[in-house]
Design a protein around this ligand. Structure first.
Ligand SMILES: [Zn+2]
Length: 223
C-alpha cells in the first residue's frame, strides 16, 4: 500500500516506456527496455496482472516480538512500492475477491522459507490469482521475514524465476542486504513496461476461458 501520492508531473514522466523499449508479447516489454536486468536468466518467465494494485488478504496473524510476522511481510512488500513509487498492492479484509492470499504456517520440515504460486490461463502471461505461504520456526531470525516477503512479492507480481546473481533479492536464496537492486526493479518494470498503461489492459483471454496452469516458486531455507 503506497501512502504517498505522486505529483501528476512525476506520473507523466514515469509513464513513458523509456529507452525505446516498446512492448512485446502479452504486454511484457522487451528484455532491453530497462537494463540492467535478469529477464533472460535461465528458467525465467515474466508475467503480469491486468490490474494494479493487487488485492491482498492475510489469512493469519502470527505474533513475533512486539509485532507480527505478517507485518514484517507487509513491510517487505512495501519495499517494491517505495522503490518504484507505485501502488502495487492493497490489503483487503476478506479472501473473497482477493488476488493474493497470504498465510503464515508453522513448518515441520524446516527446509523451505516460503512458497508462492501464481495461477494463469494456459498460454497467457496474465496472472489470475496467487497464493503465498511463509513458513515459521523458532530459529528463523525475526529480521528475515521482511526480505522473505519482499522476495515472494517479486514472484507474486510477475517475476517468474530467479536472478542468477546473489546480489539481487530475487536470487533463489535472496541476497545478504535484503534490499532491492536496480536489476530487481528493472525486471519488474519489464513485466509491466514500467507501468505505462495503468489501469492495464488485458491482452489475453479472460480467466474463465482455457485451462488454468500454475507455477510455484520455492524459497529454500539457508543452510
Ligand atoms: Zn524465489
Amino acid at each position: 500500500m503506497l501512502r504517498r501520492l505522486l505529483p501528476l508531473a512525476i506520473l507523466i514522466t514515469l509513464s513513458g516506456c523509456g529507452g525505446g523499449g516498446g512492448s512485446s508479447s502479452g504486454g511484457i516489454c522487451s528484455a532491453t527496455a530497462y537494463t540492467p536486468n535478469y529477464v533472460t536468466a535461465p528458467g525465467m518467465t515474466l508475467r503480469k496482472w491486468n490490474h494494479l494494485p493487487i488485492k491482498v488478504f492475510f489469512q493469519t496473524t502470527t505474533p513475533i516480538g512486539i509485532t507480527t510476522i505478517e507485518q514484517h511481510l507487509r513491510d517487505g512488500f512495501n519495499k517494491w512500492e517505495a522503490a518504484l513509487s507505485r501502488d502495487l498492492w492493497t490489503e483487503v479484509v476478506s479472501a473473497t475477491g482477493a488476488d493474493l492470499v497470504v498465510q503464515v504456517q508453522a513448518s515441520a520440515p524446516q527446509s523451505t522459507l516460503a512458497t508462492t504460486t501464481v495461477f494463469f490461463t494456459s498460454g497467457s502471461t496474465v496472472i489470475n490469482s496467487a497464493t503465498m505461504t511463509v513458513f515459521t520456526w523458532s530459529s528463523i531470525p525475526e529480521a528475515d521475514y521482511n526480505p522473505t516477503g519482499c522476495h515472494e512479492m517479486g514472484h507474486a507480481l510477475g517475476i517468474g524465476g530467479h536472478s542468477n546473481s546473489n546480489l539481487d533479492i530475487m536470487y533463489f536464496t535472496g541476497n545478504l542486504s535484503g534490499l532491492l537492486t536496480t536489476p530487481d526493479l528493472n525486471t519488474l518494470r519489464t513485466c509491466y513496461c514500467d507501468f505505462a498503461s495503468n489501469p492495464l489492459t488485458d491482452p489475453n483471454p479472460p480467466k474463465t476461458r482455457g485451462p488454468q496452469e500454475s507455477e510455484t516458486y520455492v524459497f529454500p531455507a539457508k543452510q
